[in-house]
Design a protein. Structure first.
Lengths: 112, 110
């Protein structure tokens, strides 16, 4: 069964550094998403991406964040200057034309 | 008012028990409804979509009451492997972003 994959599984970085989180969505899916989950809190929507552009973003997704689909398979989330409060689990998701979103295993980001 | 509210639990039940979870959502224009399951430090996994007519998948039954903005999940004959956090999830009107509840934790013991 096809799956969303994410790398790395765990990223440790210093405050102020840039990080890039990578995702490979399911191959025939058209819509891509990033969510985050701070430890002990709910899953929160960050951004959705369709047809090579952002289709929706939340208040969390400020100028420090950007997304890109650099090739036909990868979907990346960049955080330009990480803050302590960016420490969280970041989930990528994708979906076909139907409603169901499929989540990757997540990248645990720790900002020191 | 929180967008999606759930009783956080935990619900501690013995194997074989029937357990019900409830959820309310604030946006009456919400379009789609789901139950996801999340194991500790893992990704959310779709358990089932929820329809107004109600739907059943094996031991799991989901119901939606649009008038009351209320969603439920019933688990019959609980198994040890059902231990997890159950997330009530709603898709809003404006886009396709999913809005998650904080989850209800279930612990099934032998």
């Amino acid at each position: 069964e096809p799956e969303v994959t994410q790398t790395p599984s765990h990223q440790v970085t210093q405050m102020g550094q840039e990080v890039i989180l990578r995702c490979v969505p399911i191959s025939n899916h058209l819509y891509f998403y990033w969510y985050r989950q701070i430890l002990g809190q709910k899953v929160e929507f960050l951004v959705s991406f369709y047809n090579n552009e952002i289709s929706e973003k939340s208040e969390i997704f400020d100028d420090q964040f950007s997304v890109e689909r650099p090739d036909g398979s990868n979907f990346t989330l960049k955080i330009r200057s990480t803050k302590l409060e960016d420490s969280a689990m970041y989930f990528c998701a994708s979906r076909p034309q139907t409603d169901t979103q499929y989540f990757g295993p997540g990248t645990r980001l720790t900002v020191l | 008012r929180k967008e999606v509210e759930q009783d956080p639990g935990p619900f501690n039940v013995p194997e074989g028990a029937t357990v019900a979870f409830n959820c309310t959502y604030s946006n009456s224009a919400s379009q789609s409804f789901f139950w996801y399951r999340q194991d500790c430090r893992k990704e959310p996994k779709l358990l089932m979509s929820v329809y107004s007519s109600g739907n059943e998948d094996g031991r799991f039954t989901a119901q939606l009451n649009r008038a009351s903005q209320y969603i439920s999940l019933l688990i019959r004959d609980s198994k040890l492997s059902d231990s997890a956090t159950y997330l009530c999830v709603v898709r809003g009107q404006a886009g396709t972003a999913l809005i998650f509840g904080k989850g209800t934790t279930l612990s099934v013991s032998s």
